[in-house]
Design a protein around this ligand. Sequence first.
Ligand code: HEM
Ligand SMILES: *[C@@H]1O[C@H](CO)[C@@H](O)[C@H](O)[C@H]1NC(C)=O
Ligand SMILES: *[C@@H]1O[C@H](CO)[C@@H](O)[C@H](O)[C@H]1NC(C)=O
Ligand SMILES: *[C@@H]1O[C@H](CO)[C@@H](O)[C@H](O)[C@H]1NC(C)=O
Ligand SMILES: *[C@@H]1O[C@H](CO)[C@@H](O)[C@H](O)[C@H]1NC(C)=O
Ligand SMILES: *[C@@H]1O[C@H](CO)[C@@H](O)[C@H](O)[C@H]1NC(C)=O
Ligand SMILES: *[C@@H]1O[C@H](CO)[C@@H](O)[C@H](O)[C@H]1NC(C)=O
Ligand SMILES: *[C@@H]1O[C@H](CO)[C@@H](O)[C@H](O)[C@H]1NC(C)=O
Ligand SMILES: *[C@@H]1O[C@H](CO)[C@@H](O)[C@H](O)[C@H]1NC(C)=O
Ligand SMILES: *[C@@H]1O[C@H](CO)[C@@H](O)[C@H](O)[C@H]1NC(C)=O
Length: 330
Amino acid sequence: MKYSKVMNLLIVVIVVVLGIVGDCYGDLSELQDGYYRESCCQAEEIVRNVTWQYVGANPAMAAKLLRLHFHDCFVRGAEASILLNSTANNTAEKDAFPNLSLGGFYIIDAIKTALEAACPGIVSCADIVALAARDAVSYQFNYSLWEVQTGRKDGNVSLASEVLAELPSPAMNFTQLQQSFANKSLSVRDLVVLSGGHAIGVAQCVFFGNRVYNFDGNGNPDPTLNPNYVAYLKTICKGEFDFTTEVPMVPGSGLIFNNTYYTNLENNEGIFTSDAALLTDNYAKSIVNEMGRTWAFFYDFGQSMRRMGTVGVLTGNQGVIRKQCALNNS
Ligand code: HEM
Ligand SMILES: *[C@@H]1O[C@H](CO)[C@@H](O)[C@H](O)[C@H]1NC(C)=O
Ligand SMILES: *[C@@H]1O[C@H](CO)[C@@H](O)[C@H](O)[C@H]1NC(C)=O
Ligand SMILES: *[C@@H]1O[C@H](CO)[C@@H](O)[C@H](O)[C@H]1NC(C)=O
Ligand SMILES: *[C@@H]1O[C@H](CO)[C@@H](O)[C@H](O)[C@H]1NC(C)=O
Ligand SMILES: *[C@@H]1O[C@H](CO)[C@@H](O)[C@H](O)[C@H]1NC(C)=O
Ligand SMILES: *[C@@H]1O[C@H](CO)[C@@H](O)[C@H](O)[C@H]1NC(C)=O
Ligand SMILES: *[C@@H]1O[C@H](CO)[C@@H](O)[C@H](O)[C@H]1NC(C)=O
Ligand SMILES: *[C@@H]1O[C@H](CO)[C@@H](O)[C@H](O)[C@H]1NC(C)=O
Ligand SMILES: *[C@@H]1O[C@H](CO)[C@@H](O)[C@H](O)[C@H]1NC(C)=O
């Protein structure tokens, strides 16, 4: 072989070897599947075990953990600002008005405690929130519905004053919802698919009371709501401004994660104006129909969750690993 050919071959071999090594270790300054494979190989198993233990004991917690991740992602990005407690001079996100039924913080804390015992200072609270959301939804299936990218770092700022502007409101119309998601680089398809999160959990009457009791100022319901559904909601909610009663997202259940959200929606039984709004745009409506008719929902939901989980993340040298998820490191 000529000298130059040997050199070329050598270069190819070096490039290939470097490529393989690079793949194995990944670039730890980026979000990736299995970020903790080397640094804390049991991390994901620990999160799953603790999450399944708590969700098994109380299935209503699955919805709480899913919503925590959504609220974390939309305000300042997925950096665990939703977990910080208020302090003497700061009111944190979790104490903003839309927090009415936020919950699951004690599960996040239990996961963090287990992780700190196994691998101190390695796993971020933001990754715990993302993993716990996946595991909570997956519990009923006994396998992980999607891979979660990890490698997030935790932020140190949490402001109640930012929540209203960043979170979509249940009173939004389609245009506003589309903008709210586009603000986070999420598509209309993500909007429709992620709204399927409303297959599980509960809603306080106050967030849709006007649709049931007083949509037009004259005591009439929202004409786009199914009258049977209005009658059902009236049996539960005591009035337009009932802050203390909650209704299952799906009549009679709200514990089973499946695509019934979409068939109910097509039957004009979407609980919020923001749910019903998905029928007011032809493209969104076609996705609602697709999700209701096929099993694509289960796969697509995971893919959209992965995209949502990248919103505003801190990676590499940005941010820190909090020691306690509710407190900044001192
Ligand atoms: C599209 C815009 C969205 C709006 C306007 C919205 C609004 C709301 C509202 C008002 C509640 C009731 C809160 C309460 O009663 O205290 C709620 C509950 C919930 N949301 Fe959404 N949401 C949206 C998107 C999402 C997304 C993307 C997810 C997750 C993928 C999600 C998951 C949940 C869950 C699981 C609950 C039930 C929580 C529980 O049982 O405590 N939502 N949402
Ligand atoms: C997770 O739970 C399984 C089944 O209970 C157990 O075998 C396994 O050791 C647990 N893993 C960790 C890392 O705690
Ligand atoms: C955060 O606040 C919650 C609710 O007020 C409280 O139960 C918890 O102990 C606090 N966490 C820390 C670490 O102070
Ligand atoms: C909040 O108050 C503490 C003392 O209670 C002070 O150390 C800290 O700098 C204050 N933080 C801000 C953001 O003002
Ligand atoms: C919601 O915020 C209120 C104050 O606005 C606070 O009293 C309550 O503890 C918060 N709820 C949760 C779950 O953090
Ligand atoms: C859950 O899956 C595991 C591993 O695939 C299996 O060993 C176990 O029997 C399953 N549990 C149930 C309740 O199906
Ligand atoms: C949606 O709401 C915004 C703000 O109230 C309004 O300007 C807009 O016209 C509405 N769009 C539709 C399609 O109703
Ligand atoms: C989009 O983001 C901008 C800037 O953060 C904000 O002012 C605006 O209210 C957002 N729009 C929606 C619909 O969330
Ligand atoms: C989905 O779950 C609901 C309960 O929330 C149940 O009534 C319905 O039968 C399930 N649908 C399918 C297709 O499994
Ligand atoms: C918060 O984080 C930023 C960026 O990492 C850092 O510059 C700042 O000093 C931190 N603030 C506190 C109070 O820890």
